[in-house]
Design a protein. Structure first.
Lengths: 388, 262
């Protein structure tokens, strides 16, 4: 029925079908209430754990399914079709898990990855601070050696799953004067002494997702919690974000698709001037542009994800493009969906106003779309520099 | 312990349409699903296995495509599955169906507990569960809304729901239960389960394997037959009773007496 053939394997189609089943049966029926009450989606996280979806990207030896970026994107797209607040909760656990997978010692991987893969524990990623958003280098949280411990001091801001996750990957300064090599990554557990949480933030959208400050007050963690080598902190953060960005693109595609589905359904049954508004060119043209942009965004996200899985190392520009384009599409499509539903679109009884409120964050988190453009521009500059 | 779950593949009621001219269901393009009550039966069996150990075997009597339903069941925590399929089984009413299912369960070596859904959403008779219990000589309870297994005493304690409340029954094993949808929330399938299900071997047993006489199963073995299916036409008169509530009540009572209901 007019769908692009992406030649999915049977296993990949299983992931799509399962994630879609969960979206339809478990997410859609509760998304409005979770949004209204700002309620953490624990039951859906349990369902995702039961479905083995937390372990998609984790190797089999740690209890996962050994899938890649593309498998992740397939699941994220279908779950996002349900609700992106729920999907962000699920995806943020991968953001906390990826650094351990990429840079952890064998002991660290064996200790933490199985619980993350089984969904028994959620993870989170802590980089952003009040004075360090796009300017990640301006972080001020410090980690100081003290005998057999590291002692962390500082505050992280706007951390997804803050307070609900049990495993946190934190980027902190270990050598303030070493610039790009001045930070290191650490694994902090919820129960570590000196680690507490701020209040839950009240947000425009993504309200079912828990966003909190992480407060480190002489937080003592054992030496073996250093992730990777001292000074690798910013590299670990960047590599993690590069891998996660196509996933955010996939979330954008799923959200945009959900908005389009609502808009077309509505336009077909809304009668004005004696006919369905679907018969008016103004509506058809809007829907046509929405649908075409979604196909383009999907194709870009899928291509980038597959390129990453094929082993391409130079992925920063591509990941940025996938995130940038698909999230800009999601914002435009959700706004247009509200417009097509008109007055009904503005009412909370209909799902599109939430989709529009939710969409905005996609252009902001995991690197603002301005930062994505910086990354792409700088990559172009490098690529076109003629080497002598 | 061995738990057997009987399931049926049915058309997805949400997408079935009716052809009023022919008086039949339009089945083309309609998805086939596991009968919803049977999903609860599977979940109950798997939960019990997780509690006390053992194996869960799923069986189904159906055409070859019912194998897909059995594979879906395998992805939900069922350990193995068997398809009872033979041209001779087609057209079976519930009597013939229970004969076939009972033969299948006997060939498996019996069960400690047989789980069934209360009824299939296409036939809606709710007869197969009790019929099967009778053939296998099992204690049984239908319309089960809650169950508890008391392992030390080997007793099932269940709530059997009826219109005005529920009974609490205790059944000695072996036993058969038919369950309601309120008894549990079926889990979502797991990816590992789906991958395992894809590779699983599902044996197919026909009249030969089950040692059944073809005249006693399927249409030949069915004392009842579906002759026609039709959509009832509703032609109702409508009258609105005016006045105060007491007047309305009196007028309603008069009407009901007039038509012989009171």
């Amino acid at each position: 029925m007019g769908k692009v053939n992406y030649f999915l394997t049977e296993e990949q189609q299983m992931i799509v079908d399962l994630a879609r089943q969960i979206a339809e049966e478990k997410i859609v029926p509760v998304r409005a209430e979770l949004d209204e009450k700002e309620e953490f989606p624990w039951q859906i996280m349990k369902d995702l754990a039961q479905a083995d979806l937390f372990g998609l990207y984790i190797p089999e030896e740690y209890g996962g399914l050994g899938g890649g970026c593309f498998e992740n994107c397939l699941a994220l797209e279908q779950l996002a079709w349900g609700c992106i607040a729920v999907t962000t909760t699920y995806a943020a656990s991968a953001l906390g898990g990826y650094p351990i997978l990429l840079f952890g010692t064998e002991e660290q991987k064996s200790k933490y990855l199985p619980d993350i893969a089984s969904g028994k524990k959620l993870a989170a990623f802590g980089l952003t601070e009040a004075n360090a958003g796009s300017d990640a280098g301006a972080i001020q949280t410090t980690a100081v050696e003290d005998g057999d411990y590291w002692v962390l001091n500082g505050t992280k801001q706007w951390i997804t799953n803050g307070g609900e996750a049990e495993i946190y990957t934190i980027i902190a300064l270990t050598d303030k004067h070493k610039g790009p090599r001045g930070a290191s990554a650490f694994i902090v557990e919820k129960s570590d002494p000196g680690f507490s949480f701020g209040k839950k933030e009240r947000k425009m959208g993504l309200r079912a997702s828990a966003t909190r400050e992480l407060v480190f007050n002489d937080c003592r963690i054992p030496k073996d919690r250093l992730l990777g080598r001292r000074g690798q902190g910013f590299i670990i953060a960047m590599k993690t974000l590069d891998l996660a960005r196509p996933g955010i693109g996939a979330i954008g595609v799923g959200l945009a698709q959900a908005a389009l589905d609502e808009a077309v359904k509505y336009a077909k049954q809304r009668i004005q001037f004696g006919q369905p508004i679907m018969s008016f060119q103004a509506i058809q043209h809007m829907l046509a542009d929405m649908a075409t942009q979604i196909e383009a965004a999907r194709a870009l996200v899928y291509s980038v994800a597959r390129t990453i899985d094929a082993g391409e190392k130079d992925i920063a520009k591509l990941a940025a493009m996938a995130k940038l384009f698909a999230t800009d599409v999601a914002m435009k499509v959700t706004v247009d969906a509200v417009q097509i539903l008109g007055g009904y679109g503005y009412m909370k009884d209909y799902p599109v106003e939430k989709m529009m409120r939710d969409a905005k964050i996609l252009q902001i988190y995991e690197g603002t779309n301005q930062i994505q453009r910086n990354v792409i521009g700088q990559a172009l500059n490098k690529e076109y520099t003629i080497k002598k | 312990m061995r738990f057997v779950v009987c399931i049926k593949q049915v058309p997805d009621a949400a997408s079935v349409r009716f052809d009023p001219e022919k008086g039949t269901l339009i089945r083309e393009g309609v998805d086939s699903i596991i009968n919803p009550f049977d999903l609860n039966a599977i979940e109950a069996a798997v939960q019990l296995k997780e509690q006390v150990g053992g194996e869960v075997i799923c069986i189904s009597m159906g055409p070859p495509q019912a194998e897909a339903a059995l594979r879906d069941a395998l992805a939900l925590g069922v350990d193995s599955a068997v398809l009872l399929s033979d041209r001779a089984f087609a057209g079976a009413d519930t009597l013939a169906t229970t004969r076939t299912l009972a033969a299948g369960i006997k060939k498996l070596g019996g069960a400690d507990i047989v789980f069934c859904g209360k009824q299939a959403i296409d036939g809606d008779t709710a007869q197969v569960g009790p019929g099967l219990a009778a053939r296998l000589g099992l204690n049984y309870a239908t319309c089960v809304s809650e169950l508890e297994f008391k392992a030390e005493e080997n007793i099932l304690k269940v709530k059997r729901a009826w219109e005005e409340g529920y009974d609490i029954l205790e059944l000695k094993l072996p036993a058969l239960l038919t369950v309601l949808t309120c008894i549990n929330t079926p889990r979502v399938p797991s990816l590992k389960g789906k991958l395992k299900a894809k590779k699983a071997k599902i044996p197919v047993w026909g009249t030969n394997e089950l040692g059944l006489d073809a005249s006693l199963v399927g249409l030949s073995g069915s004392p009842t037959q579906v002759v026609t299916t039709c959509v009832p036409k509703f032609e109702a008169k409508r009258e609105i009773l005016e006045g105060e509530v007491d007047d309305q009540v009196n007028a309603l009572v008069e009407r009901l007496k007039e038509v012989g209901i009171l």
